[in-house]
Design a protein around this ligand. Structure first.
Ligand code: SAH
Ligand code: SF4
Ligand code: F3S
Length: 491
C-alpha cells in the first residue's frame, strides 16, 4: 500500500485561492470545500500545539468498491486537513463508512462500535463519525440519536462531498451533529483523494441505481442513477495515468446503462473506447454489469480491445426465470444463457464471475435446481453466494413464502459446494501458461513472494521484491491451487 494524496491542479489552485478568503464561498461545490479544508488545517494545527503531538485518523470501510472509493476521498480530506493516518482505531478521529446491503453488515457495525469503547476511554478527545449507506436509513439514525449519544458526526451518501465542512463543524463542537439528505442531484468534481494503491484506482462513472431489484436496498440509500460527464471521467483517468496508475476500474451499480440522462452520443462502450486511447493505462476493468443492459456494442469493444481485461462480473442472482421476474431483474434464464454464449463466442477465454442469492421469498426446490443448473452450464470462474436478507422497505420484504433459515442454509451449502468445485476446475485452466501479471503487494505470509493478478483476475504468488510492485511482468503459472496460482517470472 502506498497512500498517495492526489489532488487535481484545479483543486490545488482552489486551496490557494480560498486560503486568503475571510468567509466561505456561498456556492456549494469544491471551492467551498477547499475553504473548509484550510479552516480544518488551522484547527488541527492548534489542537496539535495544545496536545504537543500529531492528531491521527482511521477510516474503516464496509461494503463494496463504491464505498472503498468514497473512503479514499474521505481520507484525502483528512490528510489535507493535517491528520496523520493511524493503522488502528486508537485514533483521534475514527470514521466508519457503512454498508447496509444485508442485515449482517449492520450487525457488524454495531459490534465494531462496541469494541471501540476501551480506545475511547484511553482517549477521551476521540471523535467518532459514521457515514455511508446505512446512515440513509431513518431507523438507524433514530437508534444513533437515542442510544449512541457519544457519536460525534453522522452524514450520508448524498452529502459526502461536504465532508470538510462537516469535519470542521465536528472539530469545533462537543455535541452530536447529524446531517443526512434524502437526495441530491449534483455531482461535485475535483475532490482530493488518498489512493490506497499508487498503480491502480477505481473511477466512479456513475452514482446511484434505478433498477429497484425487489430485494435490494441500494436504490433507496444511494438515490437515483446519475452519470458523470464523459469528459470528467476521461480527465480523471488521464490524470491517474500521469500519476503512474496502470489499471483503472470503472465503477457503477449498473455500468451498462452509463450515459442515460447525459446529452450527446454517449454510452458505456464509447467511454471504454475513449479510455482505451489513454497512454499509460494498460488495463481497464469495470463493475457491475447488469445482464439486461449489456449491449452488442460492448461485446464488440471488449473483443477488439487490447486493454479491457477478459473478465466480466455478471450477477445472475437466480437461475429460475420465475424468481428473476419476482426479483425485477428483466431477463430470463434463457436470455442470460444466450448472452453468455454470445460473450464466449466473441471472447473465447473470458472469465465470468457472478452473484447469487439463495432463499429469496417463494424459492422452491425446483427454483433452486434451476440455479444449480445455470451455475453448471455457465461454469463461473468464481461466484459470490449470499443468503437472502430481508431489507425493510423493499418489496421482497413483504412477499409471501419467506424461506426458513434452515432450508436457505441447506441450499446455500449445496450451492457453495457446486460453485467451488466448478471454480477450482475452471481457474486451473491456465496452468503452465505465461500470463502478464500486475504485481500488487508483498505476500503477507511469505515476504519473499509478491502477489499479483492476471488479466482474468486470477491471483498469483511468485518470487519477487518490493521494487516490482506496480509493474506488469510475465509470469509462468506453474501450479494451480484451487483459486490461486504459484508461478515464476519468465526471464
Ligand atoms: N449493482 C450490482 C450489485 C450490488 S449489491 C448488481 O446489480 O449486480 C451486490 C450483491 O449483493 C448483489 O448482486 C446481490 O447478489 C446481493 N444482494 C443485494 N441485496 C441483497 C439482499 N437483500 N439479500 C442478499 N443479497 C443481496
Ligand atoms: Fe441493487 Fe439491482 Fe441496483 Fe444492483 S441493479 S444495486 S442489485 S437494485
Ligand atoms: Fe453496501 Fe452501499 Fe455498496 S449498501 S454494497 S456500500 S452501495
Amino acid at each position: 500500500m502506498n497512500n498517495t494524496v492526489y489532488e487535481s491542479e484545479e483543486f490545488r489552485r482552489m486551496l490557494d485561492e480560498t486560503s486568503v478568503m475571510p468567509e466561505p464561498p456561498v456556492m456549494d461545490g469544491s471551492l467551498r470545500q477547499a475553504w473548509f479544508i484550510n479552516r480544518c488545517r488551522r484547527i488541527v494545527a492548534r489542537k496539535e500545539e495544545e496536545l504537543k503531538r500529531a492528531l491521527t485518523f482511521c477510516v474503516v470501510t464496509f461494503g463494496c468498491q463504491m464505498n472503498e472509493r468514497d473512503s479514499e476521498k474521505l481520507r484525502g480530506i483528512l490528510r489535507l486537513s493535517g491528520f496523520s493516518q493511524s493503522d488502528t482505531e486508537e485514533a483521534d478521529f475514527v470514521l466508519y463508512n457503512t454498508c447496509t446491503v444485508r442485515e449482517n453488515a449492520n450487525v457488524r457495525l454495531y459490534g465494531r462500535l462496541g469494541s471501540l469503547s476501551s480506545a475511547r476511554k484511553k482517549n477521551p478527545a476521540m471523535k467518532i463519525a459514521l457515514c455511508g449507506c446505512m446512515m440513509q436509513e431513518k431507523d438507524e439514525i433514530e437508534r444513533i440519536r437515542q442510544k449512541y449519544r457519544y457519536i460525534n458526526l453522522v452524514f450520508g451518501t448524498h452529502n459526502l462531498y461536504r465532508f470538510s465542512e462537516l469535519l470542521c463543524a465536528c472539530l469545533m463542537s462537543d455535541g452530536q451533529i447529524i446531517d443526512v439528505m434524502d437526495k441530491n442531484d449534483s455531482i461535485v468534481e475535483n475532490l482530493p483523494s488518498d489512493r490506497t494503491y499508487s498503480f491502480k484506482s477505481g473511477v466512479n462513472i456513475m452514482f446511484g441505481c434505478n433498477n429497484f431489484c425487489t430485494y435490494c436496498i441500494v436504490p433507496y440509500v444511494r438515490g437515483r442513477e446519475k452519470s458523470r460527464e464523459m469528459k470528467d471521467i476521461l480527465d480523471e483517468t488521464r490524470q491517474l495515468a500521469r500519476d503512474g496508475v496502470v489499471e483503472v476500474m470503472f465503477l457503477g451499480q449498473n455500468v451498462n446503462s452509463y450515459g442515460k440522462g447525459l446529452s450527446g452520443d454517449v454510452s458505456f462502450s464509447k467511454l471504454l473506447e475513449e479510455a482505451e486511447k489513454i497512454d499509460g493505462i494498460r488495463r481497464i476493468r469495470f463493475m457491475t454489469s447488469h445482464p439486461k443492459d449489456l449491449s452488442d456494442d460492448l461485446i464488440e469493444v471488449m473483443k477488439n480491445s487490447g486493454k479491457i481485461c477478459p473478465h466480466l462480473h455478471l450477477p445472475v442472482q437466480s437461475g429460475s426465470s420465475r424468481l428473476l421476474k419476482l426479483m425485477n431483474r428483466h431477463y430470463t434464464k434463457e436470455s442470460y444463457l444466450d448472452l453468455v454464449s454470445r460473450l464466449r463466442e466473441a471472447i473465447p477465454d473470458l472469465s465470468l464471475s457472478t452473484d447469487i442469492i439463495v432463499g429469496f421469498p417463494g424459492e422452491t426446490e425446483e427454483d433452486f435446481q434451476e440455479t444449480l443448473d445455470i451455475v453448471r452450464r455457465v461454469e463461473y470462474d468464481s461466484a459470490f453466494t449470499f443468503l437472502y436478507s430481508k431489507r425493510t422497505g423493499t418489496p421482497a420484504a413483504s412477499m409471501e413464502g419467506q424461506v426458513s433459515d434452515e432450508t436457505a442454509h441447506e441450499r446455500f451449502d449445496r450451492l457453495l459446494a457446486e460453485v467451488q468445485s466448478i471454480g477450482r476446475r475452471r481457474s486451473s485452466r491456465f496452468e503452465g501458461t505465461v500470463q502478464s501479471v500486475l504485481a500488487e503487494e508483498v505476500n503477507r505470509q511469505d515476504r519473499s513472494l509478491l502477489t499479483g493478478r492476471t488479466p482474468h483476475n486470477l491471483v498469483v504468488h511468485f518470487p519477487g521484491d518490493k521494487s516490482m510492485i506496480g509493474s506488469i511482468v510475465d509470469v509462468r503459472l506453474d501450479k494451480a491451487h484451487g483459486f490461486y496460482y504459484t508461478g515464476t517470472e519468465r526471464e
